[in-house]
Design a protein around this ligand. Sequence first.
Ligand SMILES: Nc1ncnc2c1ncn2[C@@H]1O[C@H](COP(=O)(O)OP(=O)(O)OP(=O)(O)O)[C@@H](O)[C@H]1O
Ligand SMILES: [Mg+2]
Length: 402
Amino acid sequence: MPQVQEFSQRSPSGAAHLFHRPALASSMAAQLMSESFKSGLFLTGPRRTGKTTFVRGELAAALRDEHGAFVLYVDLWDDQKLDPGVAIYRAVGMALDAFDGWGVRLARRIGLKGFRLCGVEISLERINAGQVESLTTSLQNLTRVTGKRVVLLLDEAHRCQTTELGRVALHGLKAARDALLLTPGPGFRFLATGSHAHKLEHMVREKREPFLCARTRSLPVMGEDFLHWQSGLWEHGERPSLAVMGASFDRLFHRVEDFIEVCNSVRAIAAIDAGEAERMLVEQVDRWLANEKKVFAEKLIAAGPLATAFLYLKAERGSQFAPHFSGSHERVMQLLSLMGETAMQPDFSMQGVEATLARLEQLELLWHCRIYVIEDARHVDWLLEMELSTLFATDRRAVKAA
Ligand SMILES: Nc1ncnc2c1ncn2[C@@H]1O[C@H](COP(=O)(O)OP(=O)(O)OP(=O)(O)O)[C@@H](O)[C@H]1O
Ligand SMILES: [Mg+2]
């Protein structure tokens, strides 16, 4: 279900277990409300670095409290089964409905009896048949009934590209943005987030994309003040130095939750000296990373040698990845031979390659929507430094023994 945050006005920014970045929230809110960002802002950042927590909590609060905006937050990750397009239409509809049926009355006036945007089953057919109020009309009405500038925060916006209705909704939002820019009134702003810079960049660089030329910005990773905050939570024993904490945070790819968990596990051990605390922190990070790499290797084994070779090729070639090119197939054969798969005769037909890549998508190792992207940026280095010759060795031994 999409979440409409405006109605729980209590800002989560007071949550004690969270580290706060009020200055960043204020400056980003001011930017988003400025003329220079009227085409939209696409905020990127690696996985698990705190984008959602920041946008949904502190940024939304700054937009409301410092700029009097009406904030709509839609999380396209929340319900994976819900079409992203439906989520967007519904969120806007729910916000309108909450205003005392004003949207309903308006819909009746324009002749759609009993029309209630969020109660209507939203489908491509209904949208095409004009049975669903356009996002332009809905958002115009929302600015009118609230008397405020509406700011839509769309989390994991790249998911819109994965369905037709999602793309329709994006085009609808673009049309709404353009219409609201021309209409006198409080106006509209749009912020999209995504955990992969390439996925989002595609949305603002491609000529056919509705948000071509919108601004992009990466969410700064947590800095030294965050390390100070964590260090301040040490109650017993000596704490590790900020330098060791910082290096550990870097090694964990700035994944906030992972770092906090590692720190918690060291903190739980009372009365150790600083040197010991540092050694334990480094050990815990090693253990954490070893476990993550093990999980990744297990996924590759599940994907099989051929799919692994294609993923490796993607890691090597980056944006030059061309899975249907014969030169790529030669490299795949070399990689298979490195893995000890000398007898394999892969199906390099269009369908054969597509099926292999689909396997990687099913395992959430690869993302495909016009461009191919390795889902987890950490996997690129992990793959390239992997000992391919031993990866499937246990598997082969098991087959021989059977
Ligand atoms: N400011 C913060 N203070 C403390 N913990 C945080 C903070 N921000 C994030 N976290 C922790 O990190 C986890 C991941 O954060 P969040 O979901 O915001 O990241 P994300 O970048 O949106 O992740 P994803 O790439 O999966 O969308 C949270 O569940 C929370 O445990
Ligand atoms: Mg998120």
